[in-house]
Ligand binder design. Structure first.
Ligand code: SAM
Length: 329
């Protein structure tokens, strides 16, 4: 497929044409175009975001997630307000300009409690992204008033039937309604989805990409599904990193100015790999600043997480990004 044909498809994309594109044997022209558009629209800067996973308590039963409420093998934790604010301060001192505050859907964190935390974190000068799941419109509005700048709520999959199978506690319609509310409240709105969910097709990924554009999302986390041994999907295969990179590249072309993270699950940052995700359209990286004792317990999917120090970890990340010819920010 030539660059011209790719442009033709992207002029009036539908799920089928995007699926055809995703399945192309030679994806190099799309990667090149995505890299060009990324450079032209958002430049060479890679935004480094600190992510603090402050509670792994969750009332939901998402069938892919290790934190699902029925997984009795997880030791549940809630960081105290002091621990949260202290970690936020250390992230700011290390140079981070954004803190992503993530948790399961934990009823303990009422809008009032979460709002107070956001106000404290904002005192560090960092922007705040909240990623705590679905809430009432009044709660989203309250957190916005408290200073939340962005909200990350992946739609997970744009196929309503697949969504229903994976989420006994919710519907795609409700998820999308939340995203539209967030957008309407002036949040920088982050959606996203997993690649490789059992039952997903290339056409589903096409629908996922179109949904991101329809909202339209200001950021989009696209990462491979990784099976967790204590979930009903434990026997499933992991999502393909190659296909994930293809989806990120198409997201860059459909949403040229979006912030597109190299998601943690993609485990990128391999300077030696030619088509690393940063040359496929990504311009953001999220780094865990969750204290080691808790980090191990926030096991969405199995990951081998060595102990880290926030400052030296950030310096290492900056060096890796510079080695890719990009500018850490
Ligand atoms: N509770 C919030 C929510 O629902 O948006 C945020 C926490 S949730 C654990 C964060 C993200 O983890 C989800 O949006 C989902 O895409 C991702 N996730 C969960 N389980 C996963 C798995 N097995 N493989 C890859 N990603 C997973």
């Amino acid at each position: 497929m030539t660059a011209g044909q790719v442009k033709d498809i992207l002029r009036k994309p539908d799920a089928r044409s995007l699926a055809r594109l995703l399945g192309q044997p030679d994806f190099a022209p799309v990667y090149e175009e995505a890299d060009r558009v990324r450079r032209e629209q958002v430049g060479d800067v890679v935004h480094l975001r600190a992510i603090l996973e402050f509670s792994n308590v969750c009332r939901r039963r998402c069938r892919y997630c290790g934190l699902n409420a029925v997984n009795a093998d997880v030791t549940r934790y809630r960081m105290t307000e002091e621990e949260i604010v202290d970690t936020a301060r250390r992230a700011a001192q290390a140079g981070y300009r954004t803190l992503v505050m993530q948790s399961g859907e934990d009823p303990y964190y009422t809008p009032e409690r979460l709002g107070r935390l956001i106000q404290e974190v904002k005192k560090t000068g960092m922007a705040v992204t909240v990623s705590c799941g679905e809430m009432e419109k009044s709660a989203y509005a309250y957190l916005r008033v408290c200073g939340a700048d962005r909200y990350l709520l992946k739609h997970e999959t744009a196929d309503p039937a697949l969504y229903r199978r994976l989420h006994p506690c919710g519907t795609l319609e409700e998820r999308v309604r939340c995203l539209r509310i967030l957008k309407g409240l002036g949040y920088e709105t982050g959606g996203g989805f997993m690649v490789g969910l059992p039952g997903q097709t290339l056409e589903t990924i096409g629908q996922d990409l179109l949904l991101l554009r329809d909202i339209p999302c200001d950021m989009a986390g696209i990462g491979p599904f990784i099976p967790h041994p204590q979930t009903p999907l434990k026997g499933s295969a992991s999502g393909s990193t190659g296909l994930t990179k293809r989806a990120v590249a198409l997201a860059r072309l459909l949403l040229p100015r979006a912030n597109l993270p190299a998601t943690t699950s993609l485990g990128v940052l391999n300077a030696g790999e030619k088509n690393d995700v940063f040359s496929c359209g990504a311009n953001v990286v999220m780094r865990k600043v969750t204290p080691d004792a808790y980090k191990r317990l926030y096991e969405i999917y199995p990951a081998n997480l060595p102990p880290t120090d926030i400052l030296s970890d950030r310096r290492e990340l900056e060096n890796q990004i510079r080695a890719l010819g990009r500018v850490p920010h």
